[in-house]
Design a protein around this ligand. Structure first.
Ligand SMILES: Cc1cc2nc3c(=O)[nH]c(=O)nc-3n(C[C@H](O)[C@H](O)[C@H](O)COP(=O)(O)O)c2cc1C
Length: 344
């Protein structure tokens, strides 16, 4: 009420130019205030509900277990696995699985899968007659003492022909056949195949058709190597990359505090579409994290030479796969765990 009176009076007594300049500044500060409040709201929620500050719920602990077993699964599928790899992560994983069983239950499918992966780690090494260190063996034995009847979970082995067999099939078959591949030949992907995939990914829906995504395709081995070294999540396979696609989103097309995550939503949808398009083009691909710390963000901006108005979404390592390779199991939840049909 008072605000409206003040506004009306100011409009009457001030020269038009002065009034509109004050109004502009007012709007600027009002929007900035709302933006700050929105980010504070996010900060509060993320601090409380993510696993960043403490692991005080079953959901947080299971998220940690998944992150840890994923490292082991990846190690088991590497082109040249280093025997005895991942000592620290394997021990932490075993500790966390035991803690989960003690604190919660033994029904969690991802916990059971993690135990299967630990047992597979042991089988993998014994088949290669590699003696695991005493501390690793101790923790594996503790896992066995839980007496949960879970078979070792071998990673998938597949031929190139079978992997790309469904690229022209029905969508359910096609979607099921895509997986992250972390093994590539020293062979060039024709650039045309990449540009065809990029053209297909252009069909991605976006907020008001704003198409915020931007792609950078790197072809130079040295530049790819430097970017991947900074990214850090590609040990054991990144050096085999033939092309690297960095996906960013342009912030300039987003408007107010309600759209603060728009770049990541639309950029993420584009990334998925591009993964499917690359699979259709029979290009093996693995999407990599760009959820960076401030220091890493600055470093990657320098190396990738993206525009300062853009944010990183993800990067995709691409290559031609060998005739036979392994892929991580990456067990999915049953659909009733992640979907709710709401009746009323
Ligand atoms: C945003 C995002 C970031 C990822 N980052 C990495 C990464 O840094 N290194 C890696 O090896 N895999 C990474 N992945 C691949 C996941 O591990 C993989 O998608 C997941 O385990 C499911 O397996 P699938 O792609 O074979 O279906 C990432 C996936 C997504 C969606």
């Amino acid at each position: 009420m008072i605000r409206n009176i003040l506004k009306k009076t100011a409009k009457q007594i001030l020269p038009v130019g002065v009034y509109s300049s004050i109004k502009q500044k007012w709007n600027y500060w009002a929007r900035k205030k709302k933006l700050k409040a929105a980010y504070r709201y996010d900060l509060k929620r993320f601090s409380k509900y993510s696993d960043t500050l403490n692991t005080d719920s079953s959901q947080k602990l299971v998220g940690k277990i998944i992150r840890e077993y994923h490292v082991v699964e990846k190690g088991l599928t590497m082109p040249e696995p280093r025997l005895g790899f991942g000592r620290e992560v394997l021990i932490t994983l075993a500790e966390d699985c035991i803690e989960y069983v003690n604190r919660y239950n033994t029904d969690e499918p991802q916990l059971l899968h993690a135990i299967g992966v630990i047992l597979e780690y042991e089988t993998f090494h014994s088949e290669r007659k590699f003696q695991l260190s005493d501390d690793i063996q101790l923790w594996i034995n503790k896992i066995k003492q839980l007496k949960l009847v879970i078979p070792a979970c071998p990673q998938k082995e597949i031929t190139k022909e079978d992997f790309f067999k469904y690229t022209e099939s029905t969508f359910p078959e096609f979607a099921k056949s895509r997986a992250s591949v972390r093994n590539y030949l020293n062979e060039d992907i024709p650039l045309k195949k990449i540009t065809q995939a990029l053209a297909m990914a252009q069909t991605t829906p976006s907020q008001c058709n704003r198409q915020c995504w931007r792609s950078y395709v790197y072809t130079d081995k040295n530049q790819i190597g430097a970017i991947l070294q900074a990214q850090g999540g590609n040990r054991g396979f990144g050096h085999l990359a033939n092309k690297l696609i960095v996906i960013t989103s342009e912030l300039g097309v987003f408007n107010y505090e309600g759209e603060r995550n728009g770049a990541y939503i639309d950029g993420g949808m584009y990334a998925m579409n591009l993964l499917y398009a690359l699979h259709y083009e029979k290009i093996a691909a693995c999407i990599l994290n760009c959820s960076n710390s401030i220091e890493k963000d600055i470093k990657l901006r320098e190396l990738c030479k993206i525009k300062k108005t853009e944010v990183f979404i993800a990067m995709i390592v691409c290559g031609i796969p060998p005739e036979q390779f392994k892929i991580a199991t990456s067990k999915r939840y049953e659909i009733d765990k992640t979907n709710t049909i709401v009746n009323h």
